[in-house]
Design a protein around this ligand. Structure first.
Ligand code: NIG
Length: 396
């Protein structure tokens, strides 16, 4: 079965040449892009979809979310807006609520959140454990997550649960808990921050998870300067996420990991992606991550929603893209790349998703707008018109 999506007013491909085609069309076959070019030259297909001169771009790749949770923390958010500082300890409030939810409820909540993300144009999504914080609960959350999300990250090292000894808990994360979660996860992560895991504990977690064969990422430099970036580089992690408080040496270290990378051709050895989470930065009143500075230094960045009940309760990638353009100094092209190809790089799936290229999974979104620039030009407007994931419509 083949599908022709034609009469695309502006097609942002994010292919290696970063082509933007006008009056374009794509042909999708067996869930993959089979042909891309001028609408006038398009071959025939079994079915056709008229894009009505709208803009099309790759589906969003959301490379950082925490969607396995129950409960509500809006009171904590309100207190923050009244001047309280964000503290990692809030994670235990969600831990209690999530432990109390049965499998049916957690699956129902997760499916609802993934559907919301898809309705906003997200076609590839990572999610983390980290609200279980015991062997059985982390295993349960990872199992449920793996049945719905594209990728699962093991984040047993999210918080030392109240009452536990930090070093003993770290040991558990690196042994029994890791064994329990490993079958369901592709990556592991550690919240390396004051109030969560220190450098030594983080190093222990990263070593054990690497030995277990998981890819690595790090929550780093979110609430203050710290060793997160340094550790991510030392362990050749796929990404370091948050990156709000960077010293010049951190930027230099990250840039060094991209020296074997040809950004223009998107070829070579990928380095450590710096994942910026602007919705979280605004919701926690932290300085926005220095995306402009990182790009100027030659670092590939990703934009992700960080959807979670504590610091960023939105899965809107359009909101993140709009904020990155309006407040972080990125161009529209850079922000769209970071939210598509950049996310794919952070997840190590850049050969499969993140751009409109022949052979890649046919993940495509159409906007109710003639150009991608409208994402920032008309912030907050419901611009998603249609979403195709592997060639199938997934918007409501
Ligand atoms: O990425 N920073 C750590 N983890 C989440 C927040 C989790 C929470 O507060 O519930 C984040 O912001």
């Amino acid at each position: 079965m083949s599908l022709l999506v034609t009469n695309i007013g502006e097609l942002t491909t994010q292919d290696p040449e970063r082509r933007v085609l006008t009056d374009a069309a794509v042909v999708i076959e067996d869930g993959r892009f089979a042909w891309i070019g001028a609408a006038a030259d398009a071959p025939a297909a079994d079915e056709a979809h008229d894009a009505g001169s709208r803009a099309a771009l790759p589906g969003w790749v959301d490379s950082h979310t925490h969607l396995i949770f129950a409960g509500d923390r809006s009171a904590e958010f309100e207190a923050r807006m009244a001047g309280e500082a964000y503290a990692a300890g809030g994670i235990s409030v969600t831990m209690d609520a999530t432990r109390a939810a049965d499998d049916y409820e957690l699956t129902r909540l997760l499916l609802g959140r993934v559907a919301e993300a898809a309705a906003g144009g997200t076609t590839y999504l990572e999610t983390k454990t980290g609200y279980g914080l015991s062997v059985e609960e982390e295993r349960r959350h990872a199992r449920i997550a793996s049945s719905v999300a594209d990728q699962v990250t093991y984040l047993g090292a999210h918080l030392v649960p109240p009452g536990a000894d930090a070093d003993e808990y770290t040991e558990l994360v690196c042994t029994d808990m890791l064994d329990a979660v490993k079958p369901y996860a592709q990556f592991a992560d550690v919240f390396c921050e004051r109030g969560a895991f220190n450098e030594e504990q983080s190093r222990r977690v990263l070593s054990a998870c690497r030995e277990a064969g998981l890819g690595l990422r790090v929550h780093g430099n979110q609430l203050g300067p710290g060793p997160g970036v340094r550790l991510a580089v030392e362990f050749a992690a796929s990404s370091v996420d948050h990156v709000n408080y960077l010293e010049p040496a951190d930027v230099e270290l990250l840039a060094g990991t991209w020296s074997g990378w040809d950004a223009a051709g998107a070829t070579g050895t990928a380095g450590v992606v710096a994942t910026c989470l602007p919705a979280c930065d605004l919701s926690t009143r932290q300085p926005l991550a220095p995306g402009r500075e990182l790009l100027d230094a030659g670092v590939e960045i990703a934009l992700a929603s960080n959807c979670n009940p504590g610091t960023s309760y939105t899965s809107s990638m359009a909101y993140c893209v709009g904020t990155a353009v309006l407040q972080m100094g990125l161009t529209v092209t850079e922000a769209v790349r970071a939210a598509t190809f950049g996310g794919a790089l952070a997840l190590g799936v850049q050969d499969t998703v993140g751009s409109v290229e022949v052979g890649k999974r046919a993940d495509l979104q159409l906007l109710n707008a003639p150009a991608a620039a409208h994402l920032a030009y008309r912030p907050g407007m419901p611009l998603t018109q249609a979403v195709f994931r592997a060639g199938e419509r997934v918007d409501p």
